[in-house]
Write a protein that binds this ligand. Structure first.
Ligand code: HEM
Length: 390
């Protein structure tokens, strides 16, 4: 058997090959593409916790693109103060205050769709809501939001099998140019937003030195927050809508008891995580399960496989909002644990509360297309009929 994360059939359903890897090849090697993969929950967790061995500095994907100055591709010591600067803007307390705004955006979209009786969850709801929220937080002007959203979709797109990176680099460069102009504008006219804070705020590093970003560093960090802030949440919401189409009894339970929605969101993150693997790099030999990964190798931590490990999760292929578990790796773990986890949880919870309150009987309304991307798993469209009985 072979694990090729770019293969369209594998992307349609990677879970059987994940099971094979966990059971038969827990230290999997794909010499053609050039990577190693860890798939068991405990191995993935340990690798997340050992950031000195499993380095992030070569980027989060298998492909070696030019790595920008972003949190997810920075190792310590720089990561520690970069993270300190950024994470304090996304604390659960700060995020909780956004709830009325998130709810208002979700309500507006759904109320507008009521007349039409249909909604594309990816294009109009799951993709739109997180993008509007993060763009507002960052201080991205309205007219730049849609172009940046399309560019970030393009930079993740790998549907061209012959030359998967053909368009990705160009799209990243274009995003960079738009954001550089926005940062320049914020330097001249500071706003009440994260872009301005990243230009002005400082933190005390572990060595006691006061540090701050240069304007050139602010640009890629904004780009990361903008892309990470909407791509994955958009996919999670749509993957969750699919789950509740298959598991209707659980949909009915959520409608009857809203207090179950947070647990359902956690199960969505475990069951079909939008971020399927995290790229790492080892600079020294690492031996695990009697196999040695040689120094200077790409290693991926397969989140989707770890979250389905039956050594940890009973009947992992089943979606079950009553499942009890105290951790999963859907947001990663350790020093690179998702900065936006509280925001993503809030957005997804509110998205489902509002959708289910208005349209409890939604049905799929047409063919679904998968987005073929690097490490983000999800759909590129998901049409729903909102009130099928009417
Ligand atoms: C359902 C939605 C989301 C999922 C599934 C997700 C998943 C992840 C994962 C797996 C990582 C770890 C990467 C690694 O270990 O290499 C991560 C890191 C990160 N996420 Fe998220 N994320 C989501 C939403 C967000 C949001 C809303 C933001 C916006 C603020 C965000 C910003 C980031 C950043 C900046 C990092 C890098 C953190 C670091 O390296 O220290 N994410 N995310």
């Amino acid at each position: 058997m072979e694990y090729n994360p770019f293969d369209h059939q594998t992307q349609a359903n990677p879970y059987p090959v994940y099971q094979w890897m966990r059971d038969e090849a827990p230290v999997y090697h794909n010499p053609e593409i050039g990577f190693w993969a860890l798939s068991r929950f405990d191995d993935v967790l340990q690798a997340h916790l050992d950031a000195a061995t499993y380095l992030s500095g070569y980027g989060p994907m298998i492909e070696r693109m030019d790595v920008a100055d972003v949190l997810v591709a920075t190792d310590d010591p720089a990561h520690a103060w970069h993270r300190k600067l950024i994470s304090r803007l996304f604390t659960p307390r700060a995020i909780a205050q956004l709830e009325p705004k998130v709810r208002a955006i979700a309500s507006d979209v759904l109320d507008a769709a009521r007349e039409r009786g249909e909604l594309d969850v990816v294009l109009e709801y799951g993709g739109y809501l997180p993008m509007m929220v993060i763009a507002e937080m960052l201080g991205i002007p309205m007219e730049a939001r849609e172009p940046l959203r399309r560019l970030s979709d393009r930079s993740l797109d790998r549907s061209n099998v012959d030359d998967p990176l053909a368009d990705a680099q160009a799209a990243s460069i274009e995003s960079h140019e738009i954001l550089a102009q926005i940062v320049e504008e914020k330097r001249r006219h500071p706003g009440d937003d994260i872009a301005t804070l990243l230009l002005t705020a400082s933190v005390t590093d572990l060595d006691g030195v006061e540090r701050r970003f240069t304007p050139e560093q602010v640009v890629p960090h904004l780009m990361e927050l903008m892309a990470a802030g909407h791509e994955t949440t958009a996919k999670l919401i749509a993957n969750g809508v699919v789950a509740l189409t298959w598991y209707r009894d659980q949909r009915r339970e959520l409608i009857a008891d809203r207090s179950l929605v947070p647990a359902a969101v956690e199960e969505m993150l475990r069951w079909d995580p939008p971020s399927q693997y995290q790229g790492r790099w080892v600079e020294r030999d690492v031996t695990l399960h009697d196999v040695t990964i040689p120094a200077d190798s790409r290693v991926i931590l397969v989140t989707g496989a770890a979250n389905h490990d039956d050594r940890v999760f009973e009947e992992p292929e089943l979606f079950d909002i009553h499942r009890r578990f105290d951790r999963h790796v859907g947001f990663g773990f350790g020093i690179h644990l998702c900065v936006g986890a509280a925001l993503a949880r809030l957005e997804t919870r509110v998205a489902f509360e509002e959708l289910l309150a208005r349209f409890p009987d939604y049905e799929l309304g047409g063919p679904i297309r998968r987005a073929y991307s690097s490490n983000v798993r999800g759909l590129s469209n998901l049409p729903l009929i909102l009130n099928p009985g009417e």
